[in-house]
Design a protein around this ligand. Structure first.
Ligand code: RI2
Length: 319
C-alpha cells in the first residue's frame, strides 16, 4: 500500500511525530490511535480483510517515525488487536470504541500515577528534573494540589532544551524553579532531595530508556545518595524486551547539536546526536506507575501480567 492510499491524518500525524511537533508518550499514543480511527473512518474498503490490511499499513507508517518511544507501538497494538467485526461498519465501530477507551485510560493513568508519585514528595522538597515529562510533572502537580511547597532545579536538556518547557510549566504550578545547564547537575546534587525523570521506554530488566543525559545524572545521584524516581505509565513498558530484544536508540539530526553555519567553522569533525540513553536498574530507586510504585527489577512481573510472555505485532501482514 502506497502512502497516497493512507488517510491524510495518518500522514500528518507521522510527520508531526517525526519532527517532534508531537512529543511525549501520551500525546504520541493519543495521536497515533486517533490516526488509526481516521483511517478506518475514511476507508473505502470493500470488506473486513481490506480494512484490516489498510489499518496495518497505516500502523506501519506511524511505527516508522520514532523507534524508541514505546508508547507508539503499544497504542497501535491496543487498537489493532481490537479491530475486528463481521462487517466493515462493525470493525469501524470497534476501532472507534477502542480509541475512545484507550484515551480514557491514558487520562486516568496519568492522574493515578500522579497521586502515587506525590506520596514520595514531602513538603519543602526540592527535585532535580531532566527533559520534559508529563508523567513526572503529574507527580509534582498532585503534590502541589496536596498543599506541598516544592522547588526544582531544572536541567535545560541539550540539544532541544525541553527543560525550558518543564521550567515554564512548574513555574505556572507555583513551584520555585532554578534553570541550570546540564553540566551543572553534580554541582547542585547536594541541594536536592530527589531526581525525578520520566521514561520513553522501560525494559524487562528494569532498565530505563530516557532522554540522553539521564544515565549520567543517575550515576551522580547514586554517588550522593539522592533517590532517583522514574515516573512512567505502564504504556512505557516495552514487551519486546521480554523476549530479549533491546530498545533501539533513536539517532537524530546532527543539525540539532550544531547548526550547519557553525559547523563549517569547526573543520572536519563528526557529530552524533543520540536522543536517549539507558540507565541500569541499579541506579534507579523506584518506577512510579498508575499501578503503584515498583523497584525496577520487579517491573517484569507487571509486564508479564499486562502483555503475556511476549509481544504481538499485529501490524505485520500474515504469511
Ligand atoms: P512523557 C521525552 O522524550 C523525555 O525523554 C521524557 O522523559 C519522555 O519523553 C517521557 O515524556 P522526547 O519525546 O511521556 O522529548 O512523560 O524525545 O511526557
Amino acid at each position: 500500500m502506497e502512502d497516497d492510499d493512507l488517510a491524510q491524518q495518518v500522514l500528518d500525524v507521522a510527520a508531526d511525530v517525526e519532527s517532534m511537533e508531537t512529543r511525549g508518550a501520551a500525546p504520541i499514543a493519543t495521536a497515533v490511535a486517533k490516526a488509526l480511527r481516521a483511517q478506518a473512518e475514511e476507508s473505502d474498503a470493500a470488506d473486513v480483510a481490506q480494512l484490516q490490511a489498510e489499518l496495518r499499513a497505516a500502523a506501519r507508517r506511524l511505527l516508522a517515525t520514532r523507534p524508541t518511544a514505546v508508547s507508539l507501538p503499544n497504542a497501535l497494538r491496543y487498537v489493532l488487536q481490537r479491530a475486528e467485526g463481521e462487517s466493515v461498519a462493525a470493525v469501524r465501530a470497534s476501532v472507534d470504541g477502542s480509541v475512545a477507551e484507550f484515551c480514557r485510560r491514558l487520562d486516568t493513568a496519568k492522574a493515578d500515577l500522579g497521586t502515587v508519585g506525590a506520596n514520595r514528595l514531602r513538603d519543602g522538597d526540592r527535585m532535580m528534573t531532566h527533559c520534559h515529562s508529563t508523567d513526572a510533572l503529574a507527580c509534582i502537580e498532585a503534590a502541589v494540589e496536596q498543599g506541598k511547597s516544592l522547588s526544582a532545579i531544572v536541567k535545560e536538556t541539550r540539544p532541544r532544551n525541553q527543560g525550558h518547557i518543564t521550567a515554564r510549566e512548574l513555574s505556572e504550578m507555583g513551584v520555585d524553579v532554578t534553570l541550570v545547564v546540564d553540566s551543572a547537575a553534580r554541582r547542585y546534587m547536594n541541594d536536592v532531595d530527589h531526581v525525578l525523570v520520566g521514561a520513553d521506554a522501560i525494559a524487562a530488566d528494569g532498565s530505563v530508556v530516557n532522554k540522553i543525559g539521564t544515565s549520567g545524572l543517575a550515576v551522580v545521584a547514586r554517588e550522593r545518595g539522592t533517590p532517583v524516581m522514574v515516573a512512567a505509565q505502564t504504556l512505557k513498558l516495552d514487551p519486546d524486551t521480554l523476549t530479549g530484544q533491546t530498545v533501539d536508540i533513536e539517532m537524530r539530526s546532527e543539525a540539532e547539536v550544531l547548526p550547519d553555519e557553525r559547523r563549517a567553522d569547526l573543520g572536519d569533525v563528526r557529530v552524533e546526536n543520540p536522543a536517549f540513553d539507558v540507565t541500569p536498574p541499579r541506579h534507579v530507586d523506584a518506577i512510579v506507575t498508575e499501578r503503584g510504585q515498583f523497584p525496577p527489577e520487579s517491573v517484569v512481573t507487571l509486564m508479564r501480567e499486562l502483555f503475556g510472555e511476549g509481544p504481538a505485532n499485529p501490524w505485520e501482514d500474515g504469511p
